[in-house]
Design a protein around this ligand. Structure first.
Ligand code: ME8
Length: 501
């Protein structure tokens, strides 16, 4: 049986989660939920990247002398946030955990045995904000890091190097043989150009200053944070500690990352795996970036919205819906409260919410229901597009398809006018078919919505007396009319109450 292992980036704990991180994590969560829905054993991993210098910097800025204490507190904040946002991750890896340290050590030794680690003089520019080295030509005309607008540090020391250059041909070959390894296609071109023009050996250690994972056999150096961080994808599934679990999950099926870190994942990471003799992941997918009112989200601009604040007003599902619907997966977009509120009103309160409550209200108290076939074809077709768009990494398109079928449902209600049939004693059979069909459309809709809006889907099932519905397999349940028993309708509160202005 196919399994599915999906990861998010592990986030730095120098700051709290903002809407961009929530977007990445919600996206991975939706994809993971889809794979569970279609019955694949699924492993969904997220976590925190803790051995970075930038974390130490923020600990100091926060007045904390005990770095570990600061990091524990911040990592807990990320975990709590994901819990509150209903993220269904199966594991949460922290790179200061023992299981990670053991795996990193094993990995380093494997790379060393391949003859790919050597000592050399490193001299270069390092941006702590990016935790990355810069070429002079990549800096702004003022000599600043283009992302953080800060002056990179000139580092000159003896370090260990990883012989990435040795893997240049192998990497290009791999990308050519696996054209969907780096996705979407626009990013793939960027990666190929980078490998072709700029791939060179990289320093993978720094002089130890009290924070970081010591280089095995040389405690005077700590491992470069990216080299250690990438290995989380292995250590979380047992590399170095649990061979059986590792064999079950590795290689990963999808590393979901932001477009900012695609090169690390599509050049350095596969080269590391080749060197350690491990299979490469099936895909690295780079999602795009959100700006807020056209500005970059940043601590210094003070525009970093806490997703939990939005959830208080709109609810988790509305936020999930908005983020996944607003921008095509892989593209960039802008976040604004006005647009969130707009979509809440039109697509959720008036659209989905109204459709559901209309049908529930019409059906309440009606005893006889018969599922007719009028909407069967549209739903059958919807399921086909649904799977096709998921397979093509187009969750936004999946949502469009679902909202299209909602429209068909609305049209069906208007055409059949069940409120009129209700008044006509001779039309009882017709009424039973119209309402039975509409109720079936709700059951199907709830299934379709499950990966995107799990709470809403459950509310729909519950309002129909089908609490156990999700225990069935999708193959069985997605068949038109496959109800285990008749619905027991209890009208409920609206799914998306109107927001008072
Ligand atoms: O890079 N819009 O961690 P990080 C959308 N620790 N997504 C955004 C975003 C925005 N405005 N801002 C951030 C690191 N993200 C490393 C990763 S993995 C082995 C190590 C998301 O805390 C996006 O997914 O800087 C991006 O790649 C990630 O947060 C970076 O998080």
């Amino acid at each position: 049986m196919r399994k599915f292992y999906i990861t998010t980036p592990i986030y730095y704990v120098n700051d709290r989660p903002h809407i961009g991180h929530a977007y990445a994590t919600f996206s991975a969560d939706t994809i993971a939920r889809y794979h569970r829905l279609i019955g694949e054993p699924t492993m969904f991993l997220t976590g925190t990247d803790e051995n970075a210098e930038k974390n130490v910097e923020s600990a100091t800025a926060a007045g904390e002398t005990d770095v570990q204490h600061y990091i524990d507190r911040m990592s807990a904040l990320w975990q709590v946030t994901w819990d509150e946002l209903g993220i269904s991750n199966d594991d949460f890896i922290r790179t200061t955990e023992e299981r990670h340290l053991r795996g990193v050590e094993k990995f380093w030794q494997a790379v060393e045995q391949s003859g790919d680690i050597y000592k050399g003089q490193y001299e270069g520019l390092y941006c702590i904000g990016c935790e990355a080295f810069y070429r002079e030509s990549d800096l702004t005309p003022e000599g600043l890091c283009p992302l953080h607008k800060r002056k990179p540090e000139l580092v000159k020391e003896e370090n260990y190097f990883f012989r990435v250059s040795k893997y240049k041909d192998a990497l290009l070959r791999y990308h050519n043989e696996h054209p969907t390894f780096a996705a979407p296609a626009s990013r793939r071109q960027e990666v190929l150009r980078y490998i072709t023009d700029h791939l060179e050996d990289v320093s993978i250690s720094r002089t130890a200053k009290g924070w970081g994972i010591p280089v095995p056999g040389d405690a005077s150096q700590v491992i470069y944070v990216w080299f250690d961080a990438l290995i989380n994808y292995l250590t979380a599934v047992g590399y170095g500690t649990d061979d059986e679990t590792f064999a079950k999950w590795w290689p990963a099926d999808m590393h979901l990352v932001g477009k900012d870190i695609i090169k690390f994942h599509c050049a350095l990471w596969p080269a590391m795996l080749l060197s350690a003799g491990l299979p490469l992941p099936a895909q690295v997918f780079a999602h795009g970036f959100f700006t807020i009112s056209e500005e970059k989200i940043s601590k210094s601009l003070g525009n970093a919205i806490d997703p939990r604040d939005l959830v208080e007003t709109y609810g988790v599902d509305a936020l999930r819906y908005f983020l996944l619907r607003e921008i095509p997966f892989g593209g960039d977009g802008d976040f604004s409260i006005e647009r969130l509120a707009g979509r809440y009103d039109s697509d959720l309160a008036s659209g989905l919410g109204n459709y559901v409550s209309r049908i529930l209200a019409l059906t309440k108290g009606v005893e006889m229901l018969t599922v007719g076939n009028d909407l069967k074809v549209v739903f059958d077709e919807t399921w086909k597009s649904y799977h096709r768009h998921f397979a093509a990494n187009e969750p936004g398109r999946v949502l469009e398809v679902i909202w299209q079928v909602l429209k068909e449902g609305d049209r069906y209600i208007d055409e059949c006018a069940p409120w009129a049939l209700k008044k006509d004693a001779e039309k009882t059979d017709e009424l039973a078919v119209v309402l039975g069909t509409l109720i079936e459309s709700l059951r199907q809709l709830a299934w379709l919505l499950t990966p995107f809006m799990p709470e809403t889907a459950m509310k729909i099932f519950t309002s129909l007396g089908w609490q156990d519905e999700l225990k069935r397999s999708l193959t069985e349940a997605s068949v038109w009319g496959a109800q285990t028993h008749g619905p027991v309708v209890a009208t409920t509160d609206p799914l998306f109450p109107r927001l008072t202005a």
